[in-house]
Design a protein around this ligand. Structure first.
Ligand code: HEM
Ligand code: NAG
Ligand code: NAG
Length: 256
């Protein structure tokens, strides 16, 4: 009896170990310290040159990492073009005509491949690029944990399943979508601060500035003037999220 319990526990422990070791291997900051120590410098220099040409690119690159991670994990799948065997994430509601910066990632990847061929995953490149972009726009730095593996396929239907919350989301949907990937409400609030940089199209917020009363009146008026009716004439007009310092990664998302 005692021994069969011990065997059951041993089996359970084994199963748990197998599950966790295959599905969530630990990431480490030093993952490439032997195999590609120059990866940070290589990514950083391409990001800095892209951002100096166009400040908004820093915002676009940061968002790529978010949209990659929220669809089946941070696995580089957002970068995959459609193939004969799958339709990928690029044409999903949240990404089509919205996510940008793929060409900069291609440039980074090819430079990283020259320095350390076949070593660094695209998913890690997105994670490093996000950090370098925030730093390039004057924001804080952080240590990036590495060791992500790239997906070999991508799924349009997964990208469209609601895992990336739409801008019309209720607070409870936002909290649920973040909780579903292990992020707390505090994480939701902190990560939303990324909207201190970058731009949004009128189509994503028009209903709010025309209909809602819980917005600063002069701000709503300004945004209505940026997004005149009929909607079709201004759907693709873009405005900065942060009216004060749109190209600077600061605290103005909260202060505004
Ligand atoms: C909390 C849920 C979120 C919602 C509902 C949301 C929604 C949006 C929307 C509607 C846009 C404008 C897209 C367009 O006009 O085409 C946008 C842009 C952006 N988002 Fe978010 N977002 C969220 C979270 C995040 C997170 C977690 C990050 C990064 C940490 C992020 C970073 C950005 C950036 C930087 C832009 C500007 C991109 C550019 O100018 O190219 N967002 N977001
Ligand atoms: C994506 O955008 C293009 C226009 O740039 C459009 O032709 C196409 O129909 C869109 N795809 C989807 C799935 O909405
Ligand atoms: C105001 O809200 C209604 C109902 O949700 C919506 O149909 C309408 O398009 C909104 N107005 C604008 C200008 O977006």
């Amino acid at each position: 009896m005692a021994s069969s319990i011990i065997i059951s526990f041993a089996l359970l422990a084994c199963t748990l170990w197998l599950t966790t070791s295959t599905s969530s291997a630990q990431l480490t900051t030093g993952f490439y310290s032997k195999t590609c120590p120059k990866v940070f410098h290589t990514v950083g220099s391409v990001v800095r040159s892209a951002v100096s040409k166009e400040k908004r690119m820093g915002a676009s690159l940061l968002r790529l990492h978010f949209h990659d991670c929220f669809v089946n994990g941070c696995d580089g799948s957002i970068l995959l073009d459609d193939t004969s065997s799958f339709t990928g994430e690029k044409t999903s509601f949240a990404n089509n005509n919205s996510v940008r910066g793929y060409n900069v990632i291609d440039d980074i990847k090819s430079k990283v491949e020259k320095v350390c061929p076949g070593v660094v995953s695209c998913a890690d490149i997105l994670a490093i690029t996000a950090r370098e972009s925030v730093v390039a726009l004057g924001g804080p730095s952080w240590k990036v944990k590495l060791g992500r593996r790239d997906s070999k396929s991508a799924s349009l239907s997964d990208a469209n399943s609601g895992v990336i919350p739409p801008p019309s989301s209720t607070l409870s949907n936002l909290r649920n979508r973040f909780r579903a990937v292990g992020l707390s409400t505090k994480d939701l609030v902190a990560l939303s601060g990324a909207h201190t940089i970058g731009q949004a199209r009128c189509t994503t917020f028009r209903a709010r500035v025309y209909n809602d009363t819980n917005i600063d009146a002069s701000f709503a008026k300004l945004r209505r003037s940026n997004c005149p009716l009929p909607a079709a004439t201004s759907d693709n007009n873009r405005v900065p999220f942060d009216v004060k310092t749109p190209n600077y990664f600061d605290n103005n998302y909260y202060k505004n």
